[in-house]
Design a binder for this molecule. Sequence first.
Ligand code: RFL
Ligand code: PHB
Length: 387
Amino acid sequence: MRTQVGIVGAGPAGLLLSHLLALRGIESVVAEVRSRGHCEARQRAGVLEDSSVRLLREAGLADRLDRLGLEHGGIYLQFAGQRRHLDFRDLTGGRTVTVYAQTEVVKDLIAKRLAAGGAVDFEVTGTVVDRLDTDRPVLSYTRADGSTAQIVCDVIAGCDGFHGICRPAMPDGVATIREREYPYAWLGILADVPPSTDELIYAYHSRGFALHSMRSPTLSRLYLQVDPDTSIENWPDERIWDELQQRFALPGWDLRQGPVLDKNITPMRSFVSTPMRYGRLFLAGDAAHIVPPTGAKGLNLALADVAVLAPALDGLLRGDSRLADEYSATCLERVWRATHFSWWMTTMLHRSPGADDMETELQLSQLRYVTTSRAAATSLAENYTGY
Ligand code: RFL
Ligand code: PHB
């Protein structure tokens, strides 16, 4: 079998790349280890930057996003018994973010690819990428029906997330890894209850960080900082709500509770693997970099990578390698900005185990500063809404 671009992974990066290539008349095959249902239901990100919304709109993918997305002009930072609003529109000259779940982005992308006759193989096993240093790399896997695919490609795109096989397929010594693990994790719930807030609340509390996000006018998404070694069995719904109530408590304000529809724990990590290319293998999204979710950047970075990759591959396939040669450096500039911002938000808002009064006072001072200084607030707003 033959295709132009073999794509590993049907997450936001792989699916959007396949669509953007199709718009340029370039053929691709997407191989995905999970089922379609699993990809469409996996609870993850919820916030799109302006530039991501524009990208999806320009690619003809925003019908549902424009109807169902919730445009937010700011966030709340809560600490020391006060809740302060940061007005992004005012601070950045009109920029906003849009609350629209990654599950919906993925549903939109899968529907679009399948309607256009795009090749997306779900539930594959044994994915292997090979001959990456030639101009005919090979993508192989076994299909759900047991048949084998051996696809000769011009290029392979590794969009297979942090635990994928593409990054490790680079020969030893090619990649340099920079990594930081944080001594906490997020427990996230999806709750069948209208949000208790109009915009997201990021709360600093002596018991640990909490975040109130949402999925729709009737669905709330909430997160709690927890010990990375804890297990979900230790967290019955009552304990989660009790902890959320304490961390968000504010006189005159109520946190509405409802049935918990989904519950999971996510470790927190910063990770950047450079370069994002080896020969004819290009990495995009979480396959190359991970940020802790506090800055709401991961999904946006994945989309931004493939927006750079699609024209670069178009050029490469036509014999002009300039954009492809710049791909890694172009993406990494944005990746490092987002990596710094996510690390900064994370360390400002979380309680480290064993934190002393010095650390607490430094965090509180930083929080007071970003909520009172226009310069500091603008810096947060500029980074949060994207650049
Ligand atoms: P994905 O979504 O992980 O997709 C990779 C796909 O590759 C498949 N795969 C394979 N397929 C074939 N063969 C193999 N050997 C394979 N190995 C893996 C996987 O099954 C999967 O379908 O990566 P992608 O496309 O790079 O997208 C990245 C985003 O998913 C991620 O960065 C965000 O979800 C991060 N994130 C957030 N990002 C934001 O921009 N804003 C947010 O508000 C935000 N909140 C979050 C988040 C991530 C979270 N979790 C659970 C990690 C909140 C949470 C809780
Ligand atoms: C989410 O809605 O899932 C979400 C929102 C903001 C974040 C992280 C996750 O910073």
